[in-house]
Design a protein around this ligand. Structure first.
Ligand code: 3PG
Length: 400
């Protein structure tokens, strides 16, 4: 894109909306994948002589400063990865941001504090969001949208700001969209989709859409207990969304009518208490077939027979999309299901895409080589909404 050409940005202030929303534990970054993914565009702009102003959200603070959601640790890590100091502004707008930007020499990089510390970033009211976007626009000469993970949010920095400045898509967004297109246009079959994560309510839209597109849908994670219950199984003390039973029942029936195969676990691993994810102290896992889950069991992972079943269902796929862990992978007693799916993707000759902040982090935290997968998306909700065929505000704004 012309805007990213060297001559266009030298000496200019370029606002880069990235998605640096990384998982933190007591202020320590547990997976820096999203920061690493942001580096190429930032480096390209800095090398071209731009004054690079990077901005992101982190977590879901409530429109006011909240130290646990500070981007300060991210600024430090970004500096390490860039091999240069990153100036950190303690606010997104106001004196600190203005002074930080004014202090940038050509080729230098600044990171602004969490955009969501300001209520104008996320507010529904167009005028209030626009007023915040006006303040952001005053900081920069042009805008590069590269926060793929946030393009499904109609937020000031994602949606309103590009309308106020010359704008372009960065390399990360271009790559992500290119990969996801392969899953929506002329997908190579069999097309298998693995869905996990805790809440089925977060996945209804994508399941609805996949019933028209996929050949096989494999389900694990906390959301699977609503499916198992819909099939008539007792699920003990496992996570269950009772209010979603009618829609899940309808999906199972529709899949059967359309010849889409739903693959559900045949056994689960669980315990009577939720494991301690901080200390990771050994727990007492037990395995149960899905037709005899004990009344006091909390299901926490798919079981050994299910791992074999899932691997077999992925072995001959030509395309695989995976979103959401199969269990509570943060605890070693319940990581085997997620590990088995990751390994099955690696072993399969299929074009494999891992989408979703959690599953992408899981494969790295479990020690898999990222390059063994076709693509690891930085988008969670964004990649799901893209697959649903929705218009994503952050992509639409860059096209306008
Ligand atoms: C994500 O983690 O999916 C993105 O960073 C968006 O975060 P959000 O769901 O809090 O808007």
């Amino acid at each position: 894109d012309d805007l990213l050409a060297e001559g266009q940005v030298a000496g200019k202030r370029v606002f880069v909306r990235a998605d640096l929303n990384v998982p933190l534990s007591d202020g320590t970054i547990t997976d820096d994948g999203r920061i690493r993914a942001a580096v190429p565009t930032i480096t390209r702009l800095a090398d071209a002589g731009a004054k690079v102003i990077v901005a992101s959200h982190l977590g879901r603070p409530k429109g006011a400063p909240d130290p646990q959601f500070s981007l300060a640790p991210v600024a430090a890590r970004l500096g390490e990865l860039l091999g240069t100091d990153v100036a950190f502004a303690s606010d997104t707008v106001g004196d600190s941001a203005a002074a930080t930007v004014a202090g940038l020499a050509d080729g230098q990089v600044a990171l602004l504090e969490n955009l969501r510390f300001n209520p104008g970033e996320t507010v529904k009211d167009d005028a209030e969001r626009g007023a915040f976007a006006d303040q952001l626009a005053a900081l920069a000469d042009s805008y590069v949208g590269d926060g793929f993970g946030a393009v499904h949010r109609k937020h000031a920095s994602v949606y309103d700001l590009p309308a106020r400045l010359p704008h372009a898509a960065g390399g990360l967004i271009a790559t992500e969209v290119g990969v996801l297109k392969k899953l929506t246009e002329d997908v190579k079959r069999p097309y298998a989709v693995v869905l996990g994560g805790s809440k089925v309510s977060d996945k209804l839209g994508v399941i609805d859409h996949l019933l028209e597109k996929a050949d096989r849908i494999l389900v694990g994670g906390g959301m699977v207990f609503t499916f198992l219950k819909a099939q008539g199984h007792e699920v003990g003390k496992s996570l269950l969304q009772e209010d979603q039973l009618p829609v899940v029942t309808e999906y199972l029936a529709r899949a059967e009518a359309k010849g889409v195969e739903f693959v559900l676990p045949v056994d689960v691993v669980g315990a009577t208490e939720f494991p301690d994810l901080k200390t990771k102290a050994p727990s007492s896992p037990a395995t149960a077939p899905v037709d005899s889950i004990p009344a006091d069991m909390i299901g926490l992972d798919i079981g050994p027979e299910s791992r074999k079943l899932f691997a077999a269902k992925l072995a001959d796929a030509a395309t695989v999309f995976w979103n959401g862990p199969m269990g509570v992978f943060e605890h070693p007693d319940y990581a085997d299901g997620t590990r088995a799916v990751a390994q099955a993707l690696i072993d399969s000759p299929a074009f494999t895409v891992v989408g979703g902040g959690d599953s992408a982090a899981a494969v790295r935290i479990l020690g898999f080589d990222e390059n063994a997968f076709g693509h690891i998306s930085t988008g969670g909700g964004a990649s799901l909404e893209y697959l649903e065929g929705k218009t994503l505000p952050g992509l639409a704004a860059l096209e306008g």
